[in-house]
Design a protein around this ligand. Structure first.
Ligand code: ZN
Length: 150
C-alpha cells in the first residue's frame, strides 16, 4: 500500500509543480472564483461550454499543493465531458473525499482523480481538494459570485 501512496504523492506533486491548463481562457463562456479561507487557496476556473459540452477548461490562482493539483486534475478530466457528466463526477469526487478513512471503498472509476483519496484522512485538506470542484459547479451555473468552502 505504501508504494501506491508514494505514487499518488508523486502525481499530486507533479500536478502542483507543473499544473495542467494553468492559464486564462480568452474564449471562455463561463468563469467562477473560489476561495478556501481555511487554507487561503484562491482559484479562478474558466470553461468553454458549447451545446452542453465542456470544450475547454483552465484555471489560475494560488494555493497549496493539494488545491492546485486538484484543479489541474479537474481541468484535465472535465474537458470533453458533458455538463451532466461533470456534475456526476463532482458528486462522486465529493463522496470520495468525505467518506470515512477506514471505510472500504473503490474509487478506481474516478481514474486519476482517485489520487486525492488520501485527503479523506485529513479533514482540513478536504476543502483544499474540493475547492476546484465547487468552483467548477459555480462556473457551470454561471453564478457571478465567489464561492467559499465555508
Ligand atoms: Zn489548501
Amino acid at each position: 500500500m505504501s508504494d501506491l501512496k508514494d505514487l499518488y504523492q508523486e502525481v499530486i506533486l507533479d500536478h502542483n509543480r507543473h499544473p495542467r491548463n494553468y492559464h486564462g481562457l480568452d474564449d471562455a463562456t463561463q468563469r467562477a472564483d473560489g476561495y478556501n479561507p481555511l487554507c487561503g487557496d484562491r482559484l479562478t476556473i474558466y470553461l468553454k461550454i458549447e451545446n452542453g459540452v465542456i470544450r475547454d477548461a483552465s484555471f489560475e490562482g494560488s494555493g497549496c499543493a493539494i488545491s492546485k493539483a486538484s484543479a489541474s486534475l479537474l481541468t484535465e478530466t472535465v474537458k470533453g465531458k458533458s455538463v451532466q457528466e461533470a456534475e456526476a463526477l463532482f458528486h462522486r469526487f465529493h463522496d470520495m473525499v468525505t467518506s470515512p478513512p477506514d471505510s472500504p471503498t473503490d474509487f478506481s472509476d474516478l481514474g486519476k482523480l482517485s489520487v486525492l483519496e488520501g485527503v479523506r484522512e485529513f479533514p482540513v485538506r478536504v476543502k483544499c481538494a474540493s475547492l476546484a470542484w465547487h468552483t467548477l459547479r459555480s462556473a457551470v451555473a454561471a453564478k457571478d459570485e465567489t464561492v467559499s468552502t465555508e
